[in-house]
Design a protein around this ligand. Sequence first.
Ligand SMILES: Cc1cc2nc3c(=O)[nH]c(=O)nc-3n(C[C@H](O)[C@H](O)[C@H](O)COP(=O)(O)OP(=O)(O)OC[C@H]3O[C@@H](n4cnc5c(N)ncnc54)[C@H](O)[C@@H]3O)c2cc1C
Ligand code: SF4
Length: 551
Amino acid sequence: MSSILPVIHQVPLPLDRLILRDPPSADAIEMDVLIVGAGPAGLACAIELARLVKRDQAADGGLGELNIGVLEKAESLGEHSLSGAVVNPRAFRELFPDLQLSDFPFRQPVPDEAVYFLTERRAQRIPTPPTMHNRGFYTASLCEMVRWLGEQAEALGVNLFAGFPADALLVEGQSVRGVRTTPSGLARDGTPGPNFTPPTDLTARVTVVAEGTRGALGQAWREWQHVASPNPQLFALGVKELWEVKQPLGAVVHTLGWSLPADAFGGSFMYPLGPSQVALGLVVGLDYHDASLDVHELLQRMKLHPLFRRQLEGGQLIEWGAKTIPEGGYYALPVRRVGNGVLFVGDTVGFVDVPSLKGIHYAMQSGMYAARAAFAALKAGDPSAHGLASYDHMIEGSYIVDDMRRTRNMRLAFKDGLYVGGVKAGLMTVTGGRFPGGMIPMEDDARTGRTTGPSTPFTPDGRLTFGKLDAVFKSGNATRDTIPSHLLVGRDIHPEIADFYSHLCPAGVYERVGDKLRVNPPNCIDCKATDVLGPRWTPREGGSGPKYRAM
Ligand SMILES: Cc1cc2nc3c(=O)[nH]c(=O)nc-3n(C[C@H](O)[C@H](O)[C@H](O)COP(=O)(O)OP(=O)(O)OC[C@H]3O[C@@H](n4cnc5c(N)ncnc54)[C@H](O)[C@@H]3O)c2cc1C
Ligand code: SF4
């Protein structure tokens, strides 16, 4: 047995690639407000802003028409969207006050809820912790919600550019001026191939970064502007499957315990999506200690438990996918979410409440606040950090921060393992977050040491359980085989590190072949787990990656 410290093998963030001081090209597309990322945060921002502009025009407010654009790296909207999901409809209600709950793209109301503690063979029902109550909420597919929000945005005149990843922020002095997109059609060696299309520059008076979890642009901007947070951001990896099932699931189910080791933080979810579909997944904190821990494999093992097997047997796997979740909570929020010409919203900031596993309504709400701040700044003719500062004030006074403050130390308590963490979390709930007083300090996930040792091989049966290659096929990933690598691998990747990466990546991008690491970049489904603990992820040709339909 030996130990690994992931950070030693990680290359630094490529700041000179992500922050570009080049002047925008002469044929740059000029927008007033440019939003990077068509997730719930970016689209809620676009919709709210387009409405504010229309209202201003109707009242002869003087702002005139605004050119609002949304860039999305997926080839079509929703294809890179993955969530649980149980949705708190609060932000939908605020964004669409004239619509009824039945108009929203939800699958069904939460019928009932149950939490279990699992051992390998048994499931002990436990009282639902107050933070995990889901009554009055709805189950949904994030892909479907995103497509629906996209239609609403388009109807309001927003320009949606799907298949255009932002590659870098264009900056001048200390201000953000827009973005440069990725080129496409590069050959494997990085030279222009027969279908080469050069990058496009898009400039904007205000850029809203809504790129989701472990965003490359957000990381780069914070490093460039020296924007810190009290604790580093922590991440979890969620692997999810969508099943067609024979019998409906009557409750929203969460489990703790098996198949996770006791020193890892995480749990599973199983949600009904109408009478014949079920979403299930496993979420594990990336500060786990065993280098051979493999979240995809743990999910496969977990499905063999009678609780899941009963529900899935006779059914069929329809889709598979994975994504990280920022779960550092309140103390991992950057102290500033605003800069000159730029605002950050949703998961790229870390607006997720982990004890309740909720982020969608916070993402949307932060997007709406960003829209209001951008609108006010443009009306005042001042898109500087000062002019946009109302965004930070709205966030600070909002239910987003209130909710996150209440659960501020809960995830952090679990660094001591499930049992100690469970007791501490109980005390935190009873005291409304006041126990244990100050902040529990945390270290970056990549600075948590891992012990290596033998792993128990798992053979999937191809019926209930699946290997990584079959899983990636079910994500719809059909990335061009000849694409250059978008993954920046560090030096000194000795065999144990190669094994660590191959267990970590749910999509089989990394393999140990002999004593060497082999990388298969086209398999990547943009979950960002290795960006946290290993090779860096960078934006690549538009339309690469998964093609989720109902995740
Ligand atoms: C397994 C799992 C389960 C979850 N369960 C729940 C739940 O039950 N309820 C809940 O409320 N929340 C849940 N969450 C959290 C929730 O999904 C997120 O908080 C929410 O999706 C964040 O929205 P966002 O718009 O900030 O980011 P995202 O939804 O990630 O959207 C970001 C968008 O930006 C695009 N993008 C990224 N980089 C670029 C770029 N460089 N250029 C162009 N486009 C780019 C992405 O393709 C994506 O479409 C869950 C998350 C996971 C992973
Ligand atoms: S290589 Fe891609 S799919 Fe694999 S962990 Fe990294 S981001 Fe996720």
